[in-house]
Design a binder for this molecule. Structure first.
Ligand SMILES: Nc1nc2c(c(=O)[nH]1)N[C@H]1C(S)=C(S)[C@@H](COP(=O)(O)OP(=O)(O)OC[C@H]3O[C@@H](n4cnc5c(=O)[nH]c(N)nc54)[C@H](O)[C@@H]3O)O[C@H]1N2
Ligand SMILES: Nc1nc2c(c(=O)[nH]1)N[C@H]1C(S)=C(S)[C@@H](COP(=O)(O)OP(=O)(O)OC[C@H]3O[C@@H](n4cnc5c(=O)[nH]c(N)nc54)[C@H](O)[C@@H]3O)O[C@H]1N2
Ligand code: SF4
Ligand SMILES: [Mo]
Length: 752
């Protein structure tokens, strides 16, 4: 049996540029099971990151017993990573929630569905009658299926009329969406995975792909170890496995990405590595961009970021002079205080050279969660479905006609409420009903002491829908047991717009129900109706929901009308038809079509429709830029180190699945703090010493690992519900995307 704990990326299959990435089929089966004695293989795709690797689930005697990569899938060509192999199917057989639970005399006790849903609906109706829809908040996920989000979105927008709906995608890919909207006018990934096979240089911005998208990294490794090796530039304050492979590794201080990006853009302009014809034909704002970046000389940037000016110029030269360049952006950029601004500068670099929509060239504003793209498309993140613009009355009318409701029911008098604000309203007592689905905020939100206080409030009714008992279900008033992946049917879309259909392989345990069935049951019990008195929700199953969504997406950038369950049975297909967007240099910025009128990247103030129309974007992309501002929390005498947080290859988020997979759990059973050798020496710390890491919010006690970080920076993985990284982090967010700044907290460390 292969050991993919130690050999994370598996054997190499190197190839030259422009050759097809070879197939390698990865397989993991339970003891005693072989490929030939399973009962059946059920087509699906992995839900343990946004890569969305196609796989077949092995079923024997009504249970999931393993998984195999699909050789013909355009995403993974058969490969699976450690999480996919070990973490996807094993957890389902452990301590699941099998019956609803309700709080009685302070304790959660098991009950039946009628009692639990009766309680939810009674509370919901009473609050609606007394306080109206603004009393209701929904905090969902990047891990449900498209059909489930769309149903939830219609319930919230057309049924209840609350703007208080968002996903944990706010913590995850809100900035990807925001950066795409600000630059191109709408969400939608421009580049594709196959660009890795075709490119000459890759730039990874705050993205530890080797740990977080292991199969895509295997694809990169096959280029790095083949002929015509592409060059690699990595921007990360830690010497991650991707940084170890880099030609240029820039390790800026956390909170200085914007200065670094301004420096790169300035160097590209100063050296005139600019495609002026492309810029003139397809963009707006070049002169402003040039003026904003002008002060960011290599020396100035080097001082702010504490990097070498020579390295900055080397990186700029690679960007400026290489034929094909592919960039990826993730949490090192997204979870910081100038998240959207820095991510837009990546878009700008590509626009300056016209390197977008071409084979081997483009931008991947990455996703993290497997189905985050669908949260954004379907409107479960608060946006209007189909990338419609809340500030465009025609878009609202279109939805009102589709759903047959009064346009005034659909909340659009202000931007949708973002997750951090939903929690604030719950804290202030105006949101009194909070329905949490497929997320574990008692571990994953910043400043956990505060979040626990909110969840415990007497005047807040908390419904939590999960497959496992979690730190959050412990604090709920009602717990609804959900069917998980493999136990229900639905579709989801990966980071590069590839849609997969995941079929039901086995029955859910006990009385667990799919999230779709739970939402449908709520809509029925609430008796939500359209303008003509017919039931608002007109579908009864996943395929029906998918078909309704297809209609909703018609004519929008994320048009699904060409897709169907039948077609998806043949394997993953990207929406929009093409692998790449924007090959023609035409962007969805027309005022009547765009998803958003955009923002001031410094303050987050909305651009008004009038201002937007006055610029006549008409298909041209925006080159937006602002100056660097220092992060709100900086090292001080009391808290001299900067703490950043993130992931380990072996765990997924709050570990509800991966801690239940023995191989993964044994590989990383406990949290730790990574400290640079320089800081360790100064603090007199040895590998394995137990230390107390303290921020102005809270403290954790964990052992030290010496390595990877740049001096002045420590790193804590956020996976663990005990000694949780988020005891340390701050309630604060990027002004445009509203994504929390998990990557920057000031801390001190001492040995205990
Ligand atoms: N194994 C594993 N894989 C996963 C997940 C998981 O939990 N485990 N989760 C999935 C999800 S939802 C997501 S969103 C993705 C996230 O994937 P990544 O973004 O790759 O993961 P992170 O570890 O959060 O952050 C990436 C890097 O940002 C760096 N960083 C920190 N501060 C800064 C900074 O100020 N500037 C820069 N340039 N870099 C900085 C960190 O050192 C870290 O190496 O992973 C997905 N894949
Ligand atoms: N400090 C720090 N904090 C972070 C981050 C960081 O880098 N640093 N990263 C942030 C990011 S990018 C993310 S994505 C979040 C992730 O944070 P969370 O979403 O809170 O983490 P998960 O553990 O994935 O929680 C998902 C929950 O949904 C359940 N679940 C899975 N599938 C289903 C399903 O089909 N139905 C239902 N009902 N439940 C299901 C799982 O059992 C689990 O409890 O954390 C964020 N928090
Ligand atoms: S790379 Fe992501 S989607 Fe692919 S197997 Fe690993 S966790 Fe699953
Ligand atoms: Mo994420």
């Amino acid at each position: 049996m292969v050991n993919r704990i130690d050999d994370i990326w598996g054997p190499r299959t190197p190839h030259a540029r422009d050759a097809r990435w070879p197939v390698r089929v990865d397989l993991e089966l339970a003891d005693g099971v072989t490929e030939s004695n399973v009962d059946r293989w059920v087509p699906s795709a992995c839900v343990l990151c946004s890569n969305g690797c196609g796989c077949d689930i092995a079923v024997k005697d009504g249970r999931m017993v393993g998984v195999r990569g699909r050789s013909g899938d355009m995403v993974n060509h058969g490969r699976l990573g450690p999480k996919g192999l070990y973490g996807s199917w094993q957890a389902h057989r452990t301590d699941r929630l099998t019956k609803p639970r309700v709080r009685r005399g302070g304790e959660l006790v098991e009950t039946d569905w009628d009692t639990a849903m009766g309680e939810v609906v009674r509370r919901s109706k009473a609050l609606l009658a007394e306080h109206g829809p603004l009393s209701h908040g929904f905090y969902t996920s990047g891990q449900l299926f498209l059909e489930e989000y769309y149903t939830l979105g219609v319930i919230g927008k057309a049924g209840l009329g609350t703007p208080h709906m968002d996903g944990n995608t706010r913590l995850c890919t809100a900035t990807a969406a925001a950066a795409l909207k600000e630059t191109f006018g709408a969400d939608g990934q421009p580049a594709c995975h196959a660009d890795v096979d075709l490119t000459d240089a890759m730039f990874l911005y705050g993205h530890n792909m080797a740990a977080t998208q292991t199969v895509l990294w295997a694809r990169v490794l096959d280029r790095l170890e083949g002929p015509d090796r592409p060059r690699l530039v990595v921007v990360d304050p830690r010497r991650t496995p991707v940084a170890e492979r880099a030609d240029v590794h820039l390790a800026p201080l956390p909170g200085t990405n914007q200065a670094l990006m301004n420096g790169l853009v300035r160097a590209v302009i100063a050296n005139d590595w600019v495609d002026h014809d492309y810029v003139a034909a397809h963009t707006l704002g070049f002169e402003d961009l040039k003026a904003v970046v002008e002060p960011y000389t290599p020396e100035h940037v080097a001082e702010i970021c504490r990097i070498s000016p020579v390295d900055l110029l080397r990186a700029a030269e690679i960007f400026g002079t290489t034929g094909r360049v592919l960039s990826t952006v993730l949490q090192g950029f997204y979870q910081s205080h100038q998240a959207t601004a820095a991510s837009c500068q990546v878009n700008n670099l590509h626009l300056l050279r016209g390197l977008i929509g071409r084979p081997g060239s483009g931008v991947l504003q990455m996703n993290g969660q497997p189905t985050a793209q669908n949260t954004r498309e379907s409107g479960a993140n608060g946006d209007l479905p189909g990338f419609r613009n809340w500030d465009n009355p025609d878009h609202v009318d279109e939805l009102a006609r589709l759903w047959n409701v009064d346009p005034l029911t659909i909340p659009h008098w202000a931007p949708p409420t973002h997750a951090m604000q939903i929690w604030r309203y719950a804290e202030q007592g105006t949101i009194r009903f909070l329905w949490i689905s497929a997320t574990n905020p008692a571990v994953s939100l910043p400043d956990l002491a505060r979040i626990r206080d909110v969840l415990r409030r007497e005047d807040l009714f908390v419904v939590v829908q999960d497959g496992f008992p979690t730190e959050t279900t412990e604090l709920a008033d009602v717990v609804l047991p959900a069917a998980l992946w493999g136990e229900k049917q639905g579709t989801f879309t990966n980071a590069t717009r590839v849609v997969h259909l995941s079929e039901q392989a086995v029955q859910p345990p006990g009385e667990a129900r799919s999230d779709l069935d739970i939402f449908l049951d709520y809509a029925r019990r609430m008796d939500l109706r359209d303008r003509d008195g017919a039931p608002l929700i007109k579908w009864k199953d996943a395929e029906g929901a998918f078909d309704a969504w297809r209609e909703c997406s018609r004519g929008r950038p994320c048009d699904y009308t060409d897709l169907s369950y039948e077609k998806l049975r043949g394997g993953g297909i990207p929406w929009g038809g093409a692998e790449r967007l924007y090959a023609d240099g035409h962007f969805p910025t027309a005022a009547d079509y765009c998803e958003d009128f955009g923002h001031d990247l410094l303050t987050g103030a909305s651009v008004t429709p009038t201002e937007y129309k006055a610029r006549r974007p008409d298909g041209r992309a925006f080159l937006k830029a602002v100056e660097h501002t220092p992060p709100p929390e900086q090292p001080s005498e009391d808290y001299p180190l900067l703490c950043t947080t993130g992931r380990s290859v072996y765990h997924f988020h709050t570990r509800t699945k991966t801690a239940r997979a023995p191989e993964l759990q044994q590989a990383a059973p406990n949290p730790w703090v990574e400290v640079s050798p320089t800081d360790a020496e100064e603090l007199g710390l040895a590998h394995g010493d137990l230390v107390r890491v303290e921020s102005p919010r809270g403290a954790i006690e964990v052992p030290v690992r010496i390595g990877r970080c740049r001096p002045g920076v420590v790193f804590v993985p956020f996976h663990y519900g005990f000694q949780a990284a988020n005891e340390l982090t701050r309630t604060q967010w990027d002004p445009v995307s509203k994504q929390p700044t998990f990557k920057i907290s000031a801390v001190r460390i001492r040995k205990v």
